[in-house]
Ligand binder design. Sequence first.
Ligand code: CA
Length: 231
Amino acid sequence: MHIIRITLEASRILIVEDETALAHLVERVLREEGYATHTEFTGENALAVVMGSEPDCIVLDVGLPDIDGLKVCSLLRERGFRTPIIMLTARDTVPDRVRGLDSGADDYLVKPFSFDELLARIRAHLRRTAPSQELITVGEVTIDPGARTVLRDGMPIELTDHEFRLLEILMRHAGKVLSRQQLLDYVWGYGIEPNSNVVDLYIYYLRKKLDTDTAHRLIQTVRGAGYKIEA
Ligand code: CA
């Protein structure tokens, strides 16, 4: 497993490719473009990673040693994941393309492909799925994702980047419990040790800044599960 610590807001790309040389090359090219990458070499591991924390885009080789990329793709779609998937394949025949697209892939690149083309396709799919920039309100708190501003009862609240990102992700999933691991992955990216208490610490910071009414907490601790925000 190859893990890289991401910079804030880097899009997270999962690379699934069993040819290690190619996997590492793709990884290097994507990192140089500023993406956070995570590489897996088998279909089973790729599924596990996506279930744990959905990436922003998946580059998925068809030929894998265990379950092939087509199967991985159709399983992800069956489980409701809409993540953009770009399939890589060694062959270029019409039936191959059809099978790839039928399995739920969004795009299809034939090896050997140019990295410029891969990057262009990734950019296109990320644009398509970029989160909405509309205002989000929960209780008396409103955030503007585009401007990265926060208002509580109409008064601006200063947040650090990580605090903002944590609040944003909770508000985008208002009413839903997010686990510490999901929050870690969303806010800090792949590669933070799972037992880190950084999430609890930042929840504490957020509460101090905008959730001071302890009788009516917006950010709620769900014992054994994680956190949620709810008015
Ligand atoms: Ca392969």
